[in-house]
Design a protein around this ligand. Sequence first.
Ligand code: GAR
Length: 200
Amino acid sequence: MNFAVLASGNGSNLQAIINACRKGKVRAKLAAVISDRSQAFALERARKAKVPCVLPLDPKGFQDREDFDRRLVEILAENKVDFVVLAGFMRILSPYFIQSFRDRILNIHPALLPAFKGGHAIADALAYGVKVTGVTVHFVDEEVDHGPIILQEAVAIRPKDTAETLAFRIHKVEHRLYPAAIDLFARGKLRLAGRVVRIG
Ligand code: GAR
């Protein structure tokens, strides 16, 4: 199976995925890395890893969200991509994109969904005062941070945590959990029963 990673920022999850592919822990081929931000460090990481297609795609060049997503789907088809992995991709995908890759889009979120949806999950969990947060890998559907949950792991919040110290521990969990989830999907080990994901 071929997959693409879409990323907007640092790309530490992308790096963990690249490393896991190299070690044979993700049994699928990373065929493309695309970013909506030309300066994203994720692109640098992808070039260094010699991913076959590495592309910035600037939303400014498109009329609207769907127009951008149509081009994205074209590029993914050209690269024979079977499934899509969002790794810090900070754009909402259109229904057109979701339909094009129905049940074949994975996302990682730095909280225990359905708690703390949105773009500031780590800061939001700290500000709310929860004692436990975590990481969720889930399928993407039309609603933001909503689709069927594949894997979750809790991370305890310590009394002296700052956004930085908590993010550090959350990222460590992400870098282990995401490659594991991608490998499960690539090997056909995930089955959907309504919104419940059965593994094995
Ligand atoms: C990750 O922590 C990921 O969970 C989060 O963005 C970060 C990207 O880091 N995603 C979201 O908040 C999605 N709502 P990275 O670029 O270093 O992989």
